[in-house]
Every structure is written in C-alpha cells, then in structure tokens.
Write a protein that binds this ligand. Structure first.
Ligand SMILES: [Zn+2]
Length: 202
C-alpha cells in the first residue's frame, strides 16, 4: 500500500496523525488496520463519528459534553458540591481518582490576567454563579491548575462568589507549581483533593 498513490488513504493518514500521541508511523498502522477490517471497524467508526459530530455539543450551563438527544447531567437533581475545572481532561483525571462523585463545572480555559476580565468571554463564569444561586450549592471546589493563570482564575471566581454564602475550597498545595490537573498522578491528585483548603476572601 502506498499512501502517496491513493489520495483517500494519504488524507486519512494525515488526519489520524494529528491525534494526540500519534505520529505518521502509528497513523499508517491504524489506517492499515482499518482498511483490513472494513465491516468491523470502518463502518461502525464512520457511523459513530457522524453521530458524535451531529449530536454532541457543549452544555452552555456547565461546560460538559452532552447529547442533543438527552438532558445534560447538570439539570438532574440538586447537588451540594460543584468542582470547577479548566477542561474536560481535568474532570476525567479527577473522576479517575474516585475521590469525588459530585457535579462539575468546566470553565473552558483560564483568565489570562486579573486586570483584563473582558477576556473571561467564553469562560463559563457567569453560568457558574447562576448555578450556585439556583441550585443552593454548599461547596465550590476550585480545581484549576497551579499555574499563574489557574491561580488568577481561582481568585477571580472566589471573589465573584464571596457574597453568595457558599463554602469555597481550593485543592491543597500538593499540586506542583505549574501543575496541570490532567497530568498529575492519581495519588497526588487524590491527596490534593482530600486535603483541600477553605479559601478566605476579604
Ligand atoms: Zn450541563
């Protein structure tokens, strides 16, 4: 098989090699595996991708992924705790430790600086405030990364929530400086979560 002679194959290899952890070599292996299993792999994969493309959107209330065919998890029953993370990979990392079973709020990034709050555009901060008010949330757990942007975002959120009679906690300092939640090992993340500290605002 020469990927240079067949345009469709070359194009597919190019797309697949853009996926995380894959380079051109492994992309070629994957494409070959697919082509050799047309019915078992290509067909269901194409169908699945089309469904995900058509039906999966980001919830504009909590930032999680949801299907247009069903209600988002955030609209289900009351919840006492909301864990605020930067992105979905961070949520998955916390979920995999098993320490937290509550709801999440996915910001979709961080604030670049405290002064330039206009840049919160696109970050789901207003909807977080609304959720805390509407759902009578008792604790907001800030699990943004230990980077400058993560800390800035965390300060900004605690400021925004300070008059709402909600307990605000932040992951313990076990998280290394600059540490992105997604890349922490389960043990570190587990203890940072367990030993989270109450944030005091003045
Ligand atoms: Zn939602």
């Amino acid at each position: 098989m020469s990927d240079k002679n067949v345009k469709e194959i070359g194009d597919l290899i190019k797309i697949i090699s853009k996926l995380p952890g894959l380079g051109p070599k492994s992309a070629k292996r994957i494409v070959l595996k697919l082509i050799n299993n047309r019915e078992e792999l290509i067909k269901p994969l194409a169908k699945n991708l089309a469904q995900v493309y058509k039906n999966i959107i980001r919830c504009n209330n909590c930032g999680n992924l949801k299907s247009t065919n069903s209600n988002c998890v955030c609209s289900s029953k009351q919840h006492d705790q909301i864990c605020v993370v930067e992105n979905i990979a961070d949520m998955w990392a916390i979920e995999s430790t098993g320490i937290y079973k509550g709801h999440y709020h996915i910001l979709g990034g961080t604030l670049p600086s405290y002064e330039n709050k206009s840049l919160e555009n696109g970050l789901l901060i207003d909807s977080l405030i609304n959720r805390v008010k509407k759902d009578s949330v008792k604790e907001v757990i800030l699990a943004t990364s230990a980077s400058v942007e993560g800390e800035t975002t965390s300060h900004y959120i605690s400021d925004s929530l300070k008059n709402l009679n909600v307990k605000i906690t932040r992951l313990a300092k076990g998280v290394p400086v600059g540490g992105e939640i997604e890349f922490l090992d389960d043990g570190t993340l587990f203890s940072a979560f367990k030993n989270r500290k109450t944030v005091t605002t003045d």
